[in-house]
Write a protein that binds this ligand. Sequence first.
Ligand SMILES: Nc1ncnc2c1ncn2[C@@H]1O[C@H](COP(=O)(O)OP(=O)(O)O)[C@@H](O)[C@H]1O
Ligand SMILES: N[C@@H](CC(=O)OP(=O)(O)O)C(=O)O
Length: 419
Amino acid sequence: MIKVFKFGGFAVSDAGSVKNLVKIVSEYSDDQILIIVSAMGKTTDALEKLCNSYVEGKEDAQDILKTIKQFHENIMVELFGTKSHPVFDEIANTFVEIEWMLEDEPHPDYDFNYDQIVSVGEFLSSRIVAAYLNENNIDTKWMDARDFIHTDNTYREGIIDMDKTRSSMPVLNSALQKQTVVTQGFIGGTSENFSTTLGREGSDYSAAIFASLLNAESLTVWKDVPGIMNADPRLFASAQKYEELPYSEALEMAYYGATVIHPKTIKPLQNAGVPLFVRPFLLPDEKGTRIDSTAKLNTDISAIIVKQNQMLLSISSKDFSFIDEHILIYLLQCISEAHIKLNMMQRSALSLSFCFNQDEAKFRKLYDILKDKFKCKYNEGLDLITVRHFKREELETITAGRTIIMEQFSRNTAQIILQ
Ligand SMILES: Nc1ncnc2c1ncn2[C@@H]1O[C@H](COP(=O)(O)OP(=O)(O)O)[C@@H](O)[C@H]1O
Ligand SMILES: N[C@@H](CC(=O)OP(=O)(O)O)C(=O)O
């Protein structure tokens, strides 16, 4: 049966990590392996900068491109030695696509430009990884994810056409019967053959789509952490790893902002009954965390999820009208039009308050829609802390010394906005 492995930016951040990836894959020579890769290291951030510079007509676009080229070339030199290896030409040709674009005027749709430029990161990494697997005698085929993941024209947040995507799986399946396959996470293609991206950090989601539509035995995402922990170990040194988690709990954690898994990852896997393993890339013999329908949840451990850089906006009517159901529907429509995603919401007689990831452009858009009829008050730079299976005494420790701006409790979940 097929095993799907996803290697994120960390797992392809330099030559050493590509070597480690090959070592991991070589342990599975009896399996059919589909490898999904993200862009190398922080390449997506660099390509975003390049896109902004191009669209704004700044002069540093060529310099940014040069740095990205140099970064990939250094990795290739370390992996393949001389520049005579065919991968150098493949990478040069991939960069040509961006170079041609930079010579033209930007398309009026920023998101279109973004996807054509930013998707290149995954093409570069997948070419290098496929070539290095072959170099190490793992018979590997590079395939273009745009031939499989079909999306609409919603650039930067491509919506997958599941039927069309499902119907392209037999081609991939038969390739996997013969060879290891490497393809790209994060990207899809439109019916006009343009690239789309699925939203930042969307490679986990791509991998879940492939794993579910191929009816894979499992999906393993190789990360820079021991598994899913009860808190981000970067923020909480004492974070503990879950041995196992039910799909529902992993989905709740991702939804509230545990960035270890993209929030869209769980649904396709749950629907198809494909287990997910989150395993440490640097300690590949460790089991990591297993997520499936048989897993038991240990509610003795609370999960703490921190979302930083939040904005809290309170909207109230100018004429003392209640925020009744009609007004509520209207406000939610305006919020949706501004593409704001609510992280927490509370209503009183005269106001609707909600917090969302701070984003000046989205806030401005909403403010302009509402400013004539409503009063808007806001706080910026807040933290939203969500605690699943909370214990009261723990909450006191978490909030100690900070000002609580708003809080909300259900049976399983506490949400607190802190200044
Ligand atoms: N509950 C959690 N458990 C483990 N890691 C977490 C958690 N919450 C946030 N993280 C963060 O997620 C990161 C791994 O996810 P990410 O960087 O997106 O991986 P990749 O780029 O390889 O897909 C870790 O470095 C860690 O800081
Ligand atoms: N490269 C894309 C997609 C992705 O999922 O990356 P990572 O697996 O490194 O989070 C991004 O950085 O958004």
